[in-house]
Design a binder for this molecule. Sequence first.
Ligand SMILES: O=C([O-])CC(=O)C(=O)O
Ligand SMILES: [Mg+2]
Length: 211
Amino acid sequence: MTDSYDLNELREELLTLGAATLYEASGWDTFLPPQIRPAWPGARIVGRALPVKAAAGDNLPLHLAVERAQPGDVLVVDAGGAPHGYWGEVLAVAAQSRGVLGLVIHGGVRDVDRLEELGFAAFSSLIALQGTLKDDAGTVGDAIRIGTASIEEGDIVIADRDGVAVIPAGIFADTLEYARARALREEQYMNRLRDGELTMDLLGLRLPAEP
Ligand SMILES: O=C([O-])CC(=O)C(=O)O
Ligand SMILES: [Mg+2]
């Protein structure tokens, strides 16, 4: 479905539409939990998901995922929110050299100053010093669930200051179309609001008048 799309070409447009609009346009619970925030200000991601599941306090699957990743991938990791630094400068340098565009993790990252200097976009539910074991291979490429979102390989990740949306590949074409229409509609709203109209009228929020 998404193979007819060149995400590189769409990158600027998707970032301008933003994670919130794309999530809304998807019509599904495609948002990740709001605790997952950019590790440094200005981090933004558009790319294809490579789902990873990691045991608490073990980052072996992240090393395996870097080996397996294709250029344009974003690692989306369910680490159960455990307070460990699963990812840092070493893995970011390794990932960047393979064309990985970012990391989204329900769990911790560290070395965040270095991640920012590298321009490696990371979104995490926490920042943590504590290191990890490298014993449990977890899974790489199998579907995962984070919050209410299910994530499959090849889904489209859009992450910005508002949060992270992961759009299933099968609905991406429709989602993009609806998102464009929504953005256009809101632009028209903005003009009318600047002219003094109220959202109560614009959005039809008033109760019907009593007879
Ligand atoms: O070493 C680790 O396991 C995580 C980390 O800090 C890095 O990748 O630099
Ligand atoms: Mg480190």
